[in-house]
Design a protein around this ligand. Structure first.
Ligand SMILES: NC(=O)c1ccc[n+]([C@@H]2O[C@H](COP(=O)([O-])OP(=O)(O)OC[C@H]3O[C@@H](n4cnc5c(N)ncnc54)[C@H](OP(=O)(O)O)[C@@H]3O)[C@@H](O)[C@H]2O)c1
Length: 244
């Protein structure tokens, strides 16, 4: 089926700030067509969500927890551009640090909704079109606390370990050339990191621009049939630097 949009594009969630925003900026400069999902689009975006540049960039606005609205937005995107070649499931919240039994219910619900349920629902929406098109991959931003248990990370750690299992199972179920992998980006100086370590940061986080640059250097490896090579992998930025 032919779509009026670009032949390939990358979809990035959480593009309004932090790593997602920096990734969209660097990929746009490198002329990669993009659909950027943000709760609030940047101020310089035109009324129809498009941004001028060498390659198409469209912003879609909405809260990932608003399933009905997100579903309508995805319908429109799929109708106009077809399925993405790669989805970077980046949007996440870190609401709470402390013992699991003291985390407020609202924080547990929002964390699981944004970090786990939304990506699961998006996969359910996007994979059928990807199967039909015969291409498409899912890259999930994970975390060290999703790979190894660590005290006092609340529902955030639970959501990220579940994302690891979700991506693993997805990689076993997706037929080639579709694929799924996770990336632990390590410490990045964003509002999430400041929430995690408000007083003293034990690490020296990369800037969002630096982390996005490493991801952007690696992403072309995922955009062709070779993307499947990374199916089921659990990467971090250091490994990405070695591979690219
Ligand atoms: N920063 C680190 O040190 C670190 C370490 C390990 C893993 N990670 C992972 O890396 C990814 C990027 O993190 P980050 O540091 O860039 O985090 P961040 O600065 O907190 O940015 C998170 C992004 O998710 C968006 N978002 C949150 N809730 C949303 C919702 N309900 N609907 C739509 N968008 C929503 C935010 O939008 P708004 O701008 O509207 O809030 C923001 O754009 C996350 O998956 C995170 O878990 C980060």
């Amino acid at each position: 089926m032919k779509f009026p949009g670009p032949a390939m594009y990358v979809l990035v969630t959480g593009a309004g700030s932090g790593l997602g925003k920096a990734l969209v900026e660097v990929l746009h400069r490198r002329s990669i067509p993009l659909a950027a999902f943000a709760r609030t689009a940047p101020a310089d975006v035109s009324g129809d969500g498009s941004v001028a540049g060498a390659a198409p960039l469209r912003y879609e606005q909405g809260d990932l927890g608003d399933t009905e609205n997100m579903s309508a937005v995805l319908d429109r995107l799929l109708g106009e551009w077809g399925p993405p070649s790669l989805v970077v499931h980046n949007a996440s919240v870190l609401k709470y640090r402390g013992p699991l039994w003291l985390e407020p219910g609202e924080s547990v619900r929002e964390t699981l909704s944004v970090n786990l349920i939304a990506p699961m629902l998006w996969v359910a929406r996007l994979v059928p079109s990807m199967l039909q098109a015969g291409h498409g991959g899912h890259l999930f931003l994970s975390s060290a606390v999703g790979r190894h248990s660590r005290a006092d990370w609340g529902a955030y750690a639970v959501s990220k370990s579940a994302v690891e299992v979700f991506s693993d199972n997805l990689s076993l179920e997706l037929p080639a050339p579709l694929f799924s992998l996770t990336v632990n980006p390590g410490p990045i100086a964003t509002k999430m990191r400041r929430k995690a370590y408000p007083v003293h940061d034990p690490a020296s986080p990369r800037t969002a621009t630096e982390a996005a640059g490493i991801l952007a250097d690696f992403l072309p490896s995922l955009l062709g049939p070779a993307g499947r090579t990374f199916n089921g992998k659990k990467l971090d930025l250091e490994k990405m630097k070695e591979i690219r």
